[in-house]
Design a protein around this ligand. Sequence first.
Ligand SMILES: CC(C)(COP(=O)(O)OP(=O)(O)OC[C@H]1O[C@@H](n2cnc3c(N)ncnc32)[C@H](O)[C@@H]1OP(=O)(O)O)[C@@H](O)C(=O)NCCC(=O)NCCS
Length: 236
Amino acid sequence: MWLPVPADLTLLPNDVHVWRIDLDVPEPQLQNLLETLSSDEITRANRFYFPEHRRRFIAGRGSLRSILGGYLGIEPQQVKFDYQPRGKPVLAPHLSNSGIAFNLSHSQGLALCAVNYQRPIGVDLECIHAMSDIETLAQRFFLPREYDVVRSLCGHQQQEIFFRYWTCKEAYLKATGEGLAQLEQIEVVLNITEPAKLQTVDDWSLFELTPTENYLAAIVVAGSDCSLQCWQYSAF
Ligand SMILES: CC(C)(COP(=O)(O)OP(=O)(O)OC[C@H]1O[C@@H](n2cnc3c(N)ncnc32)[C@H](O)[C@@H]1OP(=O)(O)O)[C@@H](O)C(=O)NCCC(=O)NCCS
């Protein structure tokens, strides 16, 4: 499913490209990626307390720059970002007429970058892990119907369903740029055997992915008739 990138990669209007990025890259590659970052990104990287978090931030931002630079036909360091009021990065005005829309999510050593043409897009990636307070979190952040589904399950099935709800909701809120504040306002309908659907909003497409073992992801993109292609990013 995660294909090496073809030399003649093109993004058609209905395409959604999803890039899987390994964040734990060897030191020489990390240095190359670091050199492409802007001064504010380097400042942000240096604020991380744990070196592992700093390295992963650099790998994520550097890879994002490299991927976007590929679509734009410019060098990674020439990619400029603007930020929406709640922090969603978008291309700076002089690059935004390209129509390239993107979003990034990271969890532990993995990131996903979703790219498409002109449509608002959001991605969320989570590493599935045991949590003692799953039901409390579901009660607090999910709708009553969703909470009932989580409560009806146990063990690994409960974890998986919880993270499916979470990634679908967060991917939608990241597509709109609103962030986690509105988590309970978006209804997701799913069960163990069927793919998730967004219930309360019209004209958005939702895709669920399993990027690798123990990870779950969701992509939400405005409109319908999208075709998803998944690429494995390899750092230069
Ligand atoms: C954005 C948010 C959903 C990220 O959640 P998360 O699970 O911690 O992180 P993810 O890995 O999924 O996504 C992080 C990436 O999403 C992007 N991002 C940041 N803010 C975003 C937003 N509001 N919407 C969409 N994407 C956003 C960035 O690329 C970020 O990567 P970076 O940290 O390397 O810069 C969460 O931090 C949030 O709710 N932010 C809103 C904060 C807010 O409302 N602030 C008010 C300021 S006025």
